[in-house]
Design a protein around this ligand. Structure first.
Ligand code: ADP
Ligand code: 5GP
Length: 201
């Protein structure tokens, strides 16, 4: 059976290292397309419009919702985030697998709309380490850190709904595991028992 382009969703609590992991993976798997999401939150220093996100006003976001332009969208940490259908099309038209780095509500919506999507949940080694990373990143205010930690507990409870779980302890190890998951699903249309077991350990 040949290689098959797939849709991969990566979710996990804020600060677990999704962005870091996905950008390392993309250095190694250049064919993997990453969708750029739309959001109503403000850009962080250094975030460029159209690269990190499409930064939209509430009115612009509303217009896309009304026009049915989103594959999925959700309220996350007090702001709206969504994946534009056009963005997924742009990447799948090129014949490559696509990756969506989105929250759990969005991930479950994608599973309904793209039934063969593969949902990967990234877990922290511990809640203490998650808090260290979130604070260490230094991009959020104290109130925002608290809000994200509270949401993290809720999100972690939904990890069992995902197809694959990866613990981001050592970045290199987690990246190899994610790469193996992608290879397996692209090649066989599903995991062998080995990878399934490894990914859930
Ligand atoms: P997310 O995208 O999930 O919100 P980030 O990728 O921004 O998280 O990572 C949050 C912080 O944790 C960053 O400072 C990043 O450098 C750090 N980090 C990511 N992965 C690891 C890891 N495996 N070990 C230690 N620190 C990590
Ligand atoms: P941040 O503000 O730290 O960039 O992202 C906050 C959260 O929004 C993360 O959990 C991230 O996965 C989620 N997110 C980013 N883009 C999307 C999207 O397009 N849809 C959904 N549902 N969540 C998103």
């Amino acid at each position: 059976m040949g290689r098959r382009a797939r849709t991969f969703v990566v979710s996990g609590p804020s600060g677990v290292g999704k962005g870091t992991l996905v950008s390392l993976l993309r250095e190694r798997v250049s064919s993997l397309g990453l969708t750029v999401s739309a959001t109503t939150r403000d850009p962080r220093p250094g975030e460029k419009d159209g690269v990190a996100y499409y930064f939209l006003t509430d009115e612009e976001f509303d217009r896309h919702v009304e026009a049915g332009d989103f594959l999925e969208w959700a309220w996350v940490h007090g702001h709206r985030y969504g994946t534009l259908r056009q963005e997924v099309r742009r990447l799948t038209d090129a014949g490559s697998s696509v990756m969506l780095e989105i929250d759990v509500q969005g991930g479950l919506m994608v599973r309904e709309r793209v039934p063969d999507a593969v949902l990967v949940f990234v877990e922290p080694p511990s809640m203490e380490e998650l808090e260290r990373r979130l604070r260490g990143r230094g991009t959020e205010s104290e109130a925002e850190v608290e809000r994200r930690l509270a949401n993290a507990r809720r999100e972690m409870a939904q990890a069992p709904l995902y197809d694959v779980r990866i613990v981001n302890d050592d970045l290199e190890r987690a990246c190899s595991e994610l790469r193996q998951v992608i290879d397996t699903y692209e090649n066989n249309g599903g995991p062998s028992q080995d990878v399934c077991d490894q990914a859930r350990d």
